[in-house]
Ligand binder design. Structure first.
Ligand SMILES: Cc1ncc(COP(=O)(O)O)c(C=O)c1O
Length: 397
């Protein structure tokens, strides 16, 4: 038999967070428990019909069944550029400043492959999306400096705490896992710091369209074009399984990404890119989302309020997020203990340390279940006496 021992790099990668949670949940399901899954960030709402129909039609045409260009089809790149103009007021050259990607995750990883040498420093927020400190760092033999996000700073990464000799910085707002958001002056500060320290700014804007009330997430390119920004169709249009995203920014960064993709994946399927065009063209000329997206956000918003208010009543100190579909809070005990207690009552939540050790004591819930199921979550927690640290009175009732 051949030698199937994994490479040293692969061995260093932690198992992907949700694999372990899924195993625990499956064991419970086998016992007949009705599991409510607030774990992974995968929208339960369907992809809008119009997008699915355009995918079906596009898949039938022979010219859409061939290899795409590694940088993505020109018509989708143009649609992305047009959308940036409408949504952020940012002008982009679709030939030089836009690359279509297989979801944003691929590009978040490939940008490091393209620009990071062994021993270079990557700065990543902690807690943060695991790919920054995981695959991006490990597969490039880089050094990852984790910069803590703190509740007293509204979970905003403070560039004054970052090393000034790094190659690359990952920043992400609206933020996974904390649900924190930022404004343009904050992004301008981060951008200017990256200019001064010659650090590549990788701005992860995968949740740019998941905003509530009157909050609209900015783009890093509003601060300047000397950076790269990743966007995604996944959460905006409930298209996680389509694996479609885009990267926009400095032509040299886009060229590096394109070179990687030419060797690795050869670009997203053309028929999926056609569906992406339909999705972006649903936006109004003034950058406002179409009604189907607004309705989805109204649904998430109602769920968010149900869960946040219910958790507050149980004695947890929870911030009402202005973006994403994540609820992030101090669970008042070690995260793993809380997660296990919740699994015992049939609820899957994500432990904070899955996003970085500094998030010990925190958990994340995703509002991917209907309001009635979320009410059930709260009832089950109350019955099992899972109260927050602020609920001393409740616990004795
Ligand atoms: C912060 C962040 N960035 C990027 C992604 C990747 O999303 P996708 O590859 O589906 O675009 C996710 C997915 O959960 C995420 O949370």
């Amino acid at each position: 038999m051949a030698n199937y021992e994994q490479s040293e790099r692969l061995k260093q990668l932690p198992p992907y967070l949700f694999v372990r949670l899924e195993e625990l949940a499956n064991a419970k399901r086998k016992e007949g428990m009705d599991m409510i899954d607030l774990g992974i960030g995968d929208p339960d709402l369907p992809t809008p019909d119009k997008i699915v129909k355009s995918l079906q039609i596009a898949a039938e045409a022979n010219e859409n069944q061939k290899y795409s260009s590694s940088q993505g089809e020109k018509d989708l790149r143009e649609a992305v550029a047009k959308w940036y103009k409408r949504r952020f007021g940012v002008e982009l050259d679709p030939d030089k400043e836009v690359c279509i990607t297989l979801g944003s995750k691929e590009a978040i990883f490939n940008i490091s492959q393209a620009f990071v040498n062994p021993g270079d420093t990557i700065i990543a927020p902690s807690p943060g999306y695991p790919v920054y400190s995981g695959a991006s760092t490990i597969f490039n033999e880089a050094k990852c400096v984790l910069v803590p996000l703190r509740p007293e700073k509204d979970w905003l990464l403070d560039v004054d705490e970052c090393p000034t000799d790094a190659k690359m910085l990952y920043v992400n707002y609206p933020n996974n896992p904390t649900g924190a958001t930022c404004d343009l002056p904050y992004l301008q500060k981060v951008y200017d710091w990256c200019q001064k320290t010659e650090t590549i700014l990788c701005y992860d804007n995968a949740y740019s369209e998941m905003c509530y009330d009157d909050y609209h997430a900015p783009s890093a390119l509003q601060a300047g074009h000397d950076c790269i920004e990743f966007g995604s169709f996944s959460k905006t249009f409930n298209m996680t399984g389509f694996r479609l995203g885009y990267a926009v920014g400095h032509p040299d960064l886009i060229a590096g990404l394109k070179k990687c993709k030419g060797q690795i994946d050869s670009g997203a399927p053309i028929f999926i890119q056609k569906a992406g065009i339909t999705a972006l063209e649903m936006y109004n000329d003034d950058g406002a989302p179409p009604s189907v997206i607004k309705n989805n956000m109204d649904i998430y918003s109602e769920r968010r309020k149900t869960l946040v208010n219910g958790l507050r009543e149980l004695g947890f100190d929870v911030v009402m997020p202005k973006g994403t579909f994540y609820i992030w809070f101090d669970c008042g005990m070690p995260s793993d203990e809380f997660v296990e207690k919740m699994i015992d009552i049939g609820i899957i939540v994500t432990p904070g340390p899955g996003f970085g050790a500094s998030a010990e004591g925190y958990v994340r819930m995703t509002v991917t279940e209907p309001v009635e199921r979320l009410k059930d979550v709260l009832i089950r927690m109350k019955r099992a006496s899972i109260f927050g640290p602020l609920a001393a009175d409740n616990q004795t009732q």
